[in-house]
Design a protein around this ligand. Structure first.
Ligand code: ASP
Length: 375
């Protein structure tokens, strides 16, 4: 009996001593899985395609989110993202590689369409983990990334409409026609007819969207997490952050442990939504720690969201203004998308996230939620 228990212990110690990458590789037969925020259906499909082709999981998720970073019609990420209050697009991104336990991040990066790739370069090619602002741009340019204007015509229009919505305490605004202007039928700063005259060619639908962006400053991000057949994981989060932010504001997305966390022994999590509130609970790290202590992906995320609610003493009136989601995956393939609220606005669509499980099509699925909005 003594001998058997000794040898069992020896086996256990031996397993603990195995390098992590080899231990992960030993778990062959894991079903590959990719999840992301709701804007990542194509990103999940791309990442899965690369995982099937044998690419590293980090290369897979970064290639996935690059689709969204380069898409001028996604106004929350990369090129075409809504700018800061000066009309300049500033991007944040982070990435983590499970097998090597490394991470990289950039914050307030201007002029580079794919900040996730720069975050990976910080991880792989520097002794640092996080570069910001001008230093991050200089680093990216030194590596050959091209500096470009990230403000599209649509994003510029949205920014100008937002400028028109700002008023001083007397209701004045220098960004709308002055008192010497010919009288218009309606003079409201965000009157759609007036905007149509001022932005001919912008299209009524887009201008209505701009008005909505001005009234409800949007945020958005893509987080993407992958697991391959060897049990290896990687994750990435990339964003243009909160629209109309103060220049230099960095949200949760590039904060390792905030907008992204991965522990190859446990799992990974990422976030979208109001970064400031995520930072107050170290959200992604908290989700993963919850799983380490035995919770399912869903319980881990809902518990973290409860901590957000607790920070407001569960005051629903204030919480109504918070929009926050987590995407969580365990190393065994348990996963969820979880949202503080069932939907962003009363009557709006239910919050969803994207999933690709290797055999099926990449698709959207309803997120679980903590609180329900009454219409
Ligand atoms: N979390 C991002 C930030 O706060 C924005 C978002 O996901 O909506 O910068």
């Amino acid at each position: 009996m003594k001998d058997i228990s000794f040898s069992r212990r020896a086996v256990m110690l031996g397993a603990a001593a195995l390098p992590l990458a080899r231990r992960a590789a030993a778990q062959s037969g894991t079903k590959p899985l990719v999840i992301s925020s709701g804007n990542g259906v194509a990103a999940c499909a791309k990442a899965m395609e690369l995982i099937h082709a044998g690419e590293d999981t980090l290369d897979a998720v970064i290639a996935g989110v690059n689709i969204v970073e380069l898409d001028p019609n996604d106004h929350s990420v990369g090129y075409g993202g809504l700018p800061n209050e000066d009309g300049v697009v500033e991007l944040d991104a982070s990435c983590m590689h499970g097998p090597t336990r490394r991470a990289g991040a950039v914050g307030a990066l201007r002029g580079i369409k794919t900040p996730s790739k720069v975050a990976k370069a910080v991880m792989e090619q520097t002794a640092h983990m996080f570069l910001v602002a001008d230093g991050a741009l200089r680093f990216a340019k030194a590596l050959g990334f091209q500096e470009e204007n990230l403000l599209t015509e649509q994003s510029r229009q949205a920014w100008l409409v937002w400028k028109r919505s700002l008023r001083d305490s007397n209701g004045r605004n220098n960004w709308v026609p002055g008192i010497d202007a010919p009288p218009a039928k309606k003079t409201g700063a965000l009157d759609l007819e007036q905007l149509k005259r001022e932005f001919p060619g912008a299209g009524e639908k887009w201008l209505a969207q701009c008005v909505d962006f001005a009234v409800h400053p949007p945020h958005g991000t893509i987080n993407c997490i992958a697991l391959n057949q060897k049990g290896e994981m990687s994750a990435v989060t990339t964003t243009s952050g909160m629209a109309w932010k103060i220049p230099g504001r960095v949200g949760d997305s590039p904060i390792i442990g905030g907008g992204l966390w991965l522990d190859q022994d446990v799992g990974a999590a990422g976030s979208t939504g109001l970064g400031e509130e995520n930072l107050r609970v170290c959200g992604a790290h908290t989700c993963v720690e919850n799983m380490r202590h035995g919770m399912s992906a869903k319980d881990a995320a809902l518990d973290t969201l409860k901590r957000v609610a607790r920070n407001f003493d569960n005051d629903m009136e204030r919480l109504k203004q918070v929009d926050l989601q987590f995407y969580v995956m365990s190393k065994d393939g348990d996963y969820c998308g979880a949202s503080l609220w069932d939907r962003t606005r009363p009557g709006g669509p239910v919050t969803q996230f994207a999933v690709c499980n290797g055999t099926g099509q990449s698709h959207r699925q309803d997120a679980v939620f903590l609180l329900e909005r009454r219409s």
